[in-house]
Design a protein around this ligand. Structure first.
Ligand SMILES: Nc1ncnc2c1ncn2[C@@H]1O[C@H](COP(=O)(O)OP(=O)(O)OP(=O)(O)O)[C@@H](O)[C@H]1O
Length: 257
């Protein structure tokens, strides 16, 4: 069977800072509707990989492609039409409303001297609706819960109309209810065709959310492939350097301890 062209792919990638490689030999491909989760200890290089995929740090070697185009040949605006970044949290001292924040995503594709108009407004409202938070459009973000703010950040990325979302620990600072809400939103976006690459410190979450996983530590890529297959006790033990137990509950979910 012919394979689909991935929205984002990397082959034989070496990444690092100041020309010093943290890893080499990273291969990944992300097709529409797939969720890929990066797991690895603190300082492993997950953020460095994201920044490299976003074109903010040059790779040391290897190739990154957005569809059929090499990332290195695309302008920032062209990259923004394909890839959107969702940061860990939203901090701003200004009294922006949720709609203001999402409009920033819709406006990312405009020229430097253009202001968002009705088209961008509509795009922003559609993004808020897709995340079920259209009723919060006029609420100042300082009045929103951590989970609601995270949904606003995801809506901002959606309003950018990129096919791939890159999410750096999207549920890191959230309580249980907000984590469930954001995780459900991520799955719904994937069902609708968005491709998502995210990082997590929670193997249970990776098993529940992701189709594929990439396990990285300072020794390199420990494993890569189908999340259900590579999230084994043995691989996670190697990844974190501690004994790990894997259990499957009656509802089929994987749990690690
Ligand atoms: N701008 C930089 N210049 C030089 N080294 C850096 C820079 N940013 C990060 N590093 C180093 O690169 C390594 C990987 O860091 P990175 O932030 O990518 O890890 P991470 O897996 O995202 O960690 P965490 O899970 O704690 O967020 C670390 O050793 C870090 O000190």
């Amino acid at each position: 069977m012919e394979r689909m062209t991935p929205l984002l792919s990397a082959s034989d990638l070496a990444i690092g800072h100041g020309g010093k490689a943290l890893f080499q030999g990273i291969d990944l491909r992300l097709e529409p509707g797939r969720v890929l989760c990066l797991l690895g200890p603190n300082g492993a290089g997950k953020t460095t990989l994201f920044r490299t995929l976003l074109g903010l740090i040059p790779p040391i070697s290897g190739r990154i492609m957005l569809g059929d185009d090499p990332l290195s040949r695309l302008s920032r605006v062209q990259i923004a039409t394909r890839l959107a970044h969702v940061p860990q949290s939203l901090t701003t001292p200004f009294a922006f409303t949720a709609l203001d924040i999402v409009l920033m995503g819709a406006a990312a594709l405009l020229g430097p001297f253009s202001r968002p108009g009705p088209v961008e407004h509509q795009q922003a409202m559609i993004a808020l609706s897709r995340l079920g938070i259209a009723d919060l459009a006029q609420t100042e973000i300082t009045r929103l819960s951590g989970g609601q703010r995270q949904l606003v950040l995801i809506a901002r990325a959606l309003a950018q109309e990129a096919g791939v979302l890159i999410m750096d620990e999207p549920t890191a600072s959230l309580d249980f209810a907000n984590r469930v809400q954001v995780a459900n939103a991520i799955r719904q976006l994937a069902v609708a065709g968005t491709a998502i690459i995210l990082s997590s410190h929670d193997p249970d979450q990776a098993a529940a959310l992701a189709d594929d996983a990439l396990l990285l530590n300072r020794s390199g890529v420990i494993a890569s492939g189908s999340a259900q297959e590579i999230l084994t006790a043995e691989n996670l033990s190697r990844l974190y350097g501690i004994p790990v137990r894997r259990e499957r509950s009656t509802d089929g979910r994987l749990h690690f301890s």
